[in-house]
Design a protein around this ligand. Sequence first.
Ligand SMILES: [Zn+2]
Length: 208
Amino acid sequence: MPQAEKKLSEKWLWYTSRTPRGVPLDPRAYPSAVFDREVIPWPDWACKAPDGGVHIDARIGAIDVHLAKAPSSRDEISWTRGFQVRLVSSEWLAQIEDLIDGRNVARGQVFVDGRALTDWATIHEAHATRLFSDDERSKVCPICGDLYAVLYGKTFFVDPAVQGRRLIVTSNGIFVREDEAIRRRLRTPAGAYKPSLVGLRRGGPTAQ
Ligand SMILES: [Zn+2]
């Protein structure tokens, strides 16, 4: 079955920001909450698990963000300090715009001083899958279903639903299927790590 063979070799290029410090959210644009004795902006797309962990509500698709300042113009990929919303330059995103269906992966707007920045966008996926690794610590938020993991070693997907998908966005990064990236001559966004290849491990995390 050639189709099955093709699926077996499915791999995704993993794009994620190298920037160690994300861009702060604009505290004036959000109500505030206390977390770890620190006052932080509390957007309406935020969720707090019973154990205290704060994260993006996994049920939310498109996310608009208000930033205290624009991301560095040297970068084409970045993230928000607080909740780690993925920020991408519109120019880079234009290369894969047709893969954003608004159903799985959704695009949101970026605002600074109440004005929309047209050269940046957010990209996010509701109920996203996550990466797995051989050795990891993970948990699931009982409120929204957010999947959180600290990964060690080789990483892979285990959710068979990723099969056939050309664009996947998780809390770990942006994943573009290898054949699509090659076909489009997709360049690595400025400010990203050199992308590594991630595959699907059939049979779950413990399968070989
Ligand atoms: Zn949650």
